[in-house]
Design a protein around this ligand. Structure first.
Ligand SMILES: Cc1ncc(COP(=O)(O)OP(=O)(O)O)c(N)n1
Ligand SMILES: Cc1ncsc1CCOP(=O)(O)O
Ligand SMILES: [Mg+2]
Length: 215
């Protein structure tokens, strides 16, 4: 079993793009060569213009490249293509997988929200998704969630298939262990990092402590 990696999700709004880019660089530096080395950043801006998403992608992509982080855009395959990002994350009500793949081509990474459903995950995996995402595992204020998932789904999925799985929803350094032990390939984290009371860099240290090598 490979180790679990950190998948970051941006806050839903970024007021000061320069400031955020500096903070993101500090986070990447803090994670470099630790078990919390960032594998992926999902640019997830809600209720903003396409132009705002493209400007944010333009600011963050060089940092992603420098630290070998995959940049995925939430919801918008066309914008992912336009921005030169590595791929897109789509939900069950977003652009369908096949259409996203047509827009982005064979080399792009496409992840699909599967809530708490192995059926949806099988469909996504068979279609060619690069990962499936299960959640929400814990309460979160980042999104109004309808579906809650149990760590057992990660255990089942990681034993039954080779398609990587992402765990999401209210994940913190204090509650991540059962998800990592159950077989999550990635933990997707937003508020526990960006809203940490002692700051995102300090939070990276705590994630590094729980993301060590899996026994
Ligand atoms: C890694 C990951 N998993 C799930 C989601 C949720 O996607 P979706 O259901 O489309 O909801 P929004 O994020 O678009 O509000 C995600 N973004 N990332
Ligand atoms: C986008 C999304 N989808 C399910 S839970 C969630 C929010 C993840 O953010 P946080 O880590 O702050 O709970
Ligand atoms: Mg979506």
């Amino acid at each position: 079993m490979t180790d679990c990696q950190l998948y970051l999700i941006t806050p839903p709004a970024i007021d000061n793009l320069d400031g955020f880019a500096h903070l993101y660089a500090d986070v990447l530096t803090a994670g470099a060569d630790t078990p919390a080395q960032v594998a992926c950043l999902q640019l997830r801006l809600k209720d903003v213009t396409e132009e705002t998403i493209l400007r944010a992608a333009e600011a963050l992509l060089p940092l992603c490249r420098r630290f070998d982080v995959a940049l995925l855009i939430n919801d918008h395959p066309h914008l992912a293509r336009k921005a030169g990002a590595d791929g897109v994350h789509i939900g069950q009500s977003d652009t369908p997988y096949d259409e996203a793949r047509k827009i982005l081509g064979p080399d792009a990474s496409i992840g699909v929200t599967c809530h708490n459903s192995t059926h949806l995950a099988m469909e996504a995996g068979e279609a060619g998704a690069d990962y499936v995402a299960f959640g929400a595992f814990y309460p979160t204020e980042t999104k109004d969630v309808v579906h809650r998932a149990d760590p057992d789904i990660l255990d089942f999925w990681s034993r039954a298939t080779t398609v990587p799985c992402v765990a999401i929803g209210g994940i913190t350094p204090d509650n991540a262990a059962p998800l990592i032990e159950a077989g999550a390939d990635f933990i997707a984290v937003s508020s526990a990092l960006w809203n940490a009371s002692d700051g995102p860099v300090a939070a990276m240290g705590r994630f590094a402590a729980v993301l060590g090598p899996r026994p």
